[in-house]
Ligand binder design. Structure first.
Ligand code: FAD
Length: 461
């Protein structure tokens, strides 16, 4: 059966990005480092993407992947192209325009017993952005990345033709687009298979873990037992309690465990202005980390929680990126292969705490096997993501972390990146020649580009 459900226009404040700060038109990623340019917002992607060089969703990528390479580059903002085109409740197959947001998907479908097969840690993303970054979630070790659940894509290519692709139809275009950061074409429509959920509640168990070694053991035990796992770790503490944190594991609650009423959606708070740049420093970040660690008063906790606090704790405060001040920030996310063992993760943590620069936000995840997306981020191992404010020493910190990751045969995540050097990217990415071959085939004139593709893929500025 095919049901038509129309999303209501999303609450303006919820889907807003931080306001641009200068009179010169500029765009920002979530890390708030601006680039000159403007986006053409449209309800008609098929028309607006003609001659465009980049598509952009809700700008939740931290770095410069959704920013133009030059001020006059035509950038299409997709978030108003947000119609659901079809939904089949017997198969869970949903087709929607690329600008359809996850927050709308959750609002419409959780109460109907369906959820996205994979969700990142924010719901303020579009389907197009989820495909282009091939996002992963707390269930990567079980479900892989988002692209694995995509059945087909409608795309506008660099030569302005419109094509459909899927794992069986033009598979090279499909798997290059999944995780390809918008560089093979504009995604117009996405068809995916949703997951059925037993109730709109999550059964969660969390535990306080005293250091990184214990954390890796606990994470290793949780992954086979739970469909969703993830941890927060303290990236500032050194010595015996380096890498202490809170490990969370969860699954959708069975109807018998869940309250009969649906979870309430809490009213969102917002940060209305930029914090002063000095507000977040090593001292305040350490205080926050200590308080957050000990807020988990009991060593272990279990119970039922709503999907919002479980999947999207950061979304509780809109525009929380203003907390880093006008200087902006970045997120460094890397994955270290399992073959390197816990020693490698411990050494990474030692380097990170020695270099400094980390903020309270440091997330550790267990990744399952690598997927089919030519440039998809995860590989089997441990992923660590750290937010860092922009500072004079930041480039050196990122360089040192990247040198470690190259030696470890790991990789960093393009959708978070703003500071990696091209030579470091080439050294950590043996799949790059394959991706460049695909660009040669689908966009030989290199019409599609972003500030990131100029920085990392050698596109002309
Ligand atoms: C708080 C927070 C938590 C996050 N947690 C996670 C996480 O757990 N896991 C994870 O994987 N990611 C995570 N992310 C990153 C986020 O999921 C990705 O950056 C996602 O791509 C953002 O979607 P968007 O719609 O905002 O895309 P944008 O940021 O606007 O764009 C991202 C990329 O997608 C391309 N793109 C967007 N739309 C299209 C289109 N229609 N056609 C072609 N290309 C397109 C852009 O060109 C750009 O390269 C998180 C981000 C934040 C802010």
């Amino acid at each position: 059966m095919t049901e038509r459900i129309q999303p209501v226009p999303a609450v303006a404040g919820e889907l807003a990005r931080a306001e641009p700060r200068a009179a010169v038109p500029q765009l920002e990623g979530w890390g708030r480092i601006p680039a000159p340019g403007r986006e053409t917002l449209t309800e008609d992607l098929a028309r607006a993407t003609q001659g465009a060089v980049l598509s952009r969703g809700l700008g939740r990528s931290y770095g410069d992947s959704s920013l133009p390479a030059a001020v006059d580059d035509k950038v299409v903002g997709t978030r108003f192209a947000n119609r659901i085109l079809s939904f089949d409740e017997t198969t869970g197959v949903l087709r929607a325009e690329a600008g359809f947001s996850l927050v709308e998907l959750n609002r419409l479908f959780i109460s109907r017993g369906f959820f996205s097969p994979v969700t990142p840690g924010t719901q303020y993303v579009t389907l197009g952005g989820m495909v282009a970054s091939d996002v992963h979630g707390k269930n990567h070790h079980v479900e892989g990345c988002f692209g694995r659940h995509v059945k087909s894509l409608r795309m506008r290519l660099a030569d302005d033709t419109i094509v459909d692709c899927s794992p069986t139809e033009l598979p090279d275009l499909f798997w290059g687009t999944v995780g390809g950061m918008g560089l093979l074409g504009h995604i117009l429509e996405v068809e995916l298979t949703m997951h059925r959920i037993a109730s709109p509640w999550i059964w969660m168990e969390s535990q306080r873990v005293p250091n990184i070694d214990a954390f890796l053991v606990a994470l290793g035990k949780s992954a086979p037992a739970w469909p969703m796992t993830m941890g927060w770790i303290d990236c500032l503490n050194r010595g015996r309690s380096m890498g202490r944190g809170i490990l969370m594991a969860g699954r959708w609650a069975e109807p018998g465990e869940a309250p009969s009423a649906p979870p309430k959606v809490a009213k969102k708070k917002t940060i209305p202005v930029d914090f002063p740049n000095f507000a977040l420093n090593n001292f305040t970040a350490s205080l926050f980390n200590t308080a957050y660690y000990w807020k988990h008063v009991r060593k272990e906790w279990k119970g039922v929680v709503g999907p919002d606090p479980f999947f999207y704790p950061l979304d509780a405060i809109l525009q929380w990126n203003r907390g880093y001040g006008s200087r902006g920030f970045t997120q460094y996310q890397c994955v270290l292969p399992r073959a390197g063992g816990p020693e490698m993760v411990r050494e990474f943590m030692q380097l990170l705490t020695k270099l400094g620069g980390a903020s309270p936000l440091c997330v550790i995840k267990d990744c399952g096997p690598e997927g089919q997306g030519v440039l998809s981020f995860p590989l089997e191992g441990t992923s660590i993501a750290i937010d860092m404010a922009v500072s004079p020493g930041l480039q050196k910190i990122i360089d040192s972390l990247n040198e470690f990751v190259i030696a470890a045969k790991g990789r960093m995540y393009l959708t978070k990146d703003r500071f990696t050097r091209a030579e470091h990217f080439r050294a950590m990415e043996p799949r790059l020649p394959r991706f460049l071959e695909l660009r040669e085939k689908w966009d030989p004139k290199r019409r599609l580009r972003s500030a990131q593709s100029v920085r990392l893929f050698g596109d002309s500025a």
